[in-house]
Design a binder for this molecule. Structure first.
Ligand SMILES: C[S@@+](CC[C@H](N)C(=O)[O-])C[C@H]1O[C@@H](n2cnc3c(N)ncnc32)[C@H](O)[C@@H]1O
Length: 211
């Protein structure tokens, strides 16, 4: 693992990210941080009046900054980042937010310890993880943990560089979710599509207009 001091504070943030990609391309899963246009599209999928948000795979903080600009208070924002150097960068950049160096697979325990439970559960999970390249079982445990930390109507918002839904049909069905393709942008390297996952509404719980 790289030493914490590896990040030179004066380095351009894109270069920091690219260096981490060179070290572990599969895990970092992108050669450059997401664009502001993609960040806007991700934010546009937040439920109205969202108060508490969890971000998975914060990277250099493009979505973290967009969440703060959207009005999420730093104390209501929990960010998980596995890469030690990127984690250090996020801690410096966002001193008021709850930034944890951890695997998204451990989200349940972390969300509990940070008080993202019951009425204080998250309204949304914003994910920058490379879900597409993860084995089915890993996808399922991350999404399961995310939905355990979300309010009943909470949303899991994910982007992908691929042409299709990055979460396998088996995982969507096993967790009884719906998957919706929300938007696409050419203004990202590479171009990206935003997907939104939610719990299925059982017929008896659905408003009359939806039955
Ligand atoms: C595609 S980058 C996205 C970074 C940033 N959200 C953005 O959009 O620019 C994926 C990020 O997820 C982190 N990551 C990968 N696997 C992870 C895991 N299991 N738990 C937490 N973070 C992870 C990587 O270190 C990297 O910073």
């Amino acid at each position: 693992m790289a030493a914490k001091s590896d990040i030179n504070k004066s380095q351009p943030v894109g270069w920091t990210f690219f260096r981490q990609w060179l070290k572990n391309p599969l895990r970092v899963a992108a050669i450059s941080p997401s664009s502001k246009q993609l960040a806007r599209q991700m934010m546009s999928q937040l439920p109205r009046a969202s108060r508490r948000v969890i971000e998975l795979g914060g990277g250099t903080g493009v979505f973290t900054q967009a969440l703060l600009d959207h009005g999420i208070a730093p104390a209501d924002l929990l960010v998980l980042e596995l890469n030690e150097e990127l984690h250090q960068h996020l801690v410096r950049q966002f001193p008021g937010a709850r930034v944890v160096c951890a695997d998204a697979g451990n989200l349940s325990a972390i969300a509990q310890s940070q008080g993202f439970t019951g009425p204080d559960s998250a309204d949304a999970v914003i994910s920058g993880l490379g879900l597409l390249s993860m084995p089915r079982q890993t996808q399922q445990s991350i999404l399961q943990a995310a939905f355990d930390s979300l309010k009943p109507e909470g949303r899991f918002i994910q982007f992908t560089y691929g042409p299709a839904n990055p979460v396998t049909r088996e995982v969507v069905d096993a967790l009884e979710l719906t998957a919706r393709r929300a938007s696409f942008t050419w203004w990202n390297v590479p171009p990206a599509t935003v997907y939104v996952y939610q719990r299925r509404v059982s017929r008896s719980m659905a408003p009359r207009s939806m039955r």
